[in-house]
Ligand binder design. Structure first.
Ligand code: HEM
Length: 499
């Protein structure tokens, strides 16, 4: 090992290295370092040396093949202050046990059952929207995905509280921005307003969590949700004491946090990209209108909504919600011709890999066709890894795909979104990749009439020329869609009746 070379070094500013740049513009910094130095590069952040890995094979080795040589890095260690020993933050045997206990809640048939709740909640939100209304779509998506996690995993109706809980979670998350500060520990001890806000937010969230746990304990029935499973699993432990409220709280809080913000961001970026690419939006509408024929999607439709899934996949390529993953090496570690010393921090960035022109030509172009099966198979697996990989792969991955696709289908079936002018849309890498300052979108109701009349048509065969023509008009002249489509359909109805 000792003869192996050190990876190329990027020195940055004396004493602080790239710390300030990382705090100011982490996405640009990581992309620049990868662009300048290639597959492995080391750089300083204050006193710490970080190794950035930018090669799909090497990333696979860290996350999968040699995962036992790594633990989660300091960012997640800080998250422990809030998440405790939940799935995201725990390590070793304890993590493996918790993962085994939690896994059944994410089996395929469970996720299918969650699919109905997902569509139902999206439908309710969509019912509340008004034609012409402007909404902060980032906030709407957070609220929706939070309520879905609450209902599916904890059988708790927090739809009304979701905005408040979401705000408390944002306050908590903001504190994690300090992760990169060399003074993080010191700042925590000072009587700063941000510290007080953090404590208040934590108390608020804890009380919600404990209320949900107490309700479950009080009724003592299997509600078929994750929390019931965790409560039952404690009896199977056989040690009599089972899982403490604190452990339940940690798991529940972890799933609340990990299970909504990521998906909400993926959806927010999807709406943004669709609003900027009418051609893609038209293809998406076409798939949704054709397959669903005006009905709300069902969980089974997930497997058929292929283009919708490609759109979501591409949105998460351009804006991966988890933009970087970190690990700490336990022992010296060889990567290609280089060695990374024990205790070093290793970073792998979906943001960097997903914009690598070796795998994604014209990397900033939004092109869902990149995800046609042949193109997808031609790329190495870890050129795209929004959900990580190996034993710490996102436990909610299938949940998130189902949710993302069904929510896009439910909402896009009825609504188009237009970005309000005078906004600069910029990704803000906090714990997840949010749009800085939210995203204001104007809502336009799509031609419901298409949906309404399609069932009337179906007995005569809906795929006739008039309907195709109507679709083309919907695609090309959206603001006029309702009256024109109405006319065409009326004409066709008269024709059919005459026949
Ligand atoms: C688009 C949506 C999502 C994305 C992009 C995403 C991304 C990720 C990534 C990258 C990791 C691995 C982190 C690492 O290795 O350091 C992870 C872990 C995790 N995710 Fe997700 N996630 C999403 C949705 C969800 C959902 C819906 C849930 C739960 C309902 C969830 C729960 C978790 C948990 C508990 C872990 C920790 C797993 C473990 O270490 O055993 N995630 N997620």
């Amino acid at each position: 090992m000792s003869t192996a070379k050190k990876p190329p070094n990027s020195t940055g500013t004396p004493f602080v290295g790239h710390l300030l740049q990382f705090r100011r513009e982490p996405l640009r910094l990581l992309s620049d370092l990868a662009g300048q130095h290639g597959d492995v590069v080391r750089f300083k952040m204050g006193p710490r040396t970080i190794y950035l890995i930018n090669n799909p094979e090497y990333i696979k080795d860290v996350l999968v093949t040699n995962n036992r040589n790594f633990v989660k890095s300091r960012g997640l260690e800080m998250a422990k202050k809030f998440l405790g020993e939940g799935l995201l933050t725990s390590e070793g045997e304890f993590h493996r046990r918790q993962r085994r206990l939690t896994q059944p809640a994410f089996h395929r048939e469970r996720i299918n059952a969650y699919g109905e709740v997902m569509v139902d909640y999206a439908d309710r939100m969509s019912e509340r929207w008004q034609d012409g209304q402007t909404v902060n779509i980032a906030q709407e998506m957070m609220r929706l995905t939070l309520a879905i996690v609450g209902k599916t995993l904890f059988d708790a109706d927090i739809e009304d509280e979701a905005t408040e809980i979401g705000a408390a979670l944002t306050d908590v998350m903001q504190l994690f921005e300090r992760i990169t500060s060399p003074f993080a520990a010191l700042l925590e001890l000072l009587p700063l307003p941000s510290n007080r806000r953090w404590l208040k937010a934590k108390e608020r969230l804890d009380s919600t969590m404990y209320r949900i746990i107490n309700q479950h304990r009080a009724t003592d029935v299997d509600r078929g949700d994750l929390l019931s499973m965790l409560l039952m699993a404690q009896d199977e432990e056989g040690d009599g004491s089972g899982m403490t409220d604190q452990q339940l709280r940690d798991e529940a809080m972890t799933l609340f946090v990990a299970g909504h913000e990521t998906t909400a961001n993926a959806l927010t970026w999807t709406w943004y990209l669709l609003s900027q690419h009418p051609d893609v939006e038209a293809k998406l509408h076409d798939e949704i209108d054709t397959l669903l024929a005006g009905e709300l999607p069902k969980p089974d439709d997930f497997a058929r909504l292929n283009y919708t899934e490609m759109v979501l996949t591409e949105a998460m390529r351009l804006y991966p919600p988890a933009w970087t993953l970190g690990r700490r090496a336990l022992n010296d570690y060889r990567v290609g011709q280089y060695v990374i010393p024990a205790n070093s921090i290793v970073l792998m960035s979906p943001w960097v890999m997903h914009h690598d022109a070796r795998y994604f030509p014209e990397p900033f172009k939004f092109d869902p066709d990149r995800w046609k099966p042949e193109a997808r198979e031609a790329r190495p697996k870890f050129s795209y890894f929004p959900f990580g990989g190996g034993p710490r792969v996102c436990i909610g991955e299938q949940f998130a795909w189902m949710e993302g696709v069904l929510l896009i289908a439910t909402i896009a079936q009825r609504w188009k979104m237009q970005l309000e002018p005078d906004q600069v849309i910029k990704p803000k890498p906090m714990i997840t990749l949010r749009p800085a300052g939210g995203m204001r979108m104007q809502l336009t109701r799509r031609a419901e009439v298409l949906a309404r009349n399609k069932s009337a048509f179906s007995s005569y065969g809906a795929r006739d020329a008039a309907l195709e023509e109507a679709r083309a008009i919907v695609r090309n002249h959206v603001p006029k869609e309702r009256s024109l489509v109405d006319e065409l359909i009326e004409e066709r109805r008269i024709e059919v009746e005459r026949e």
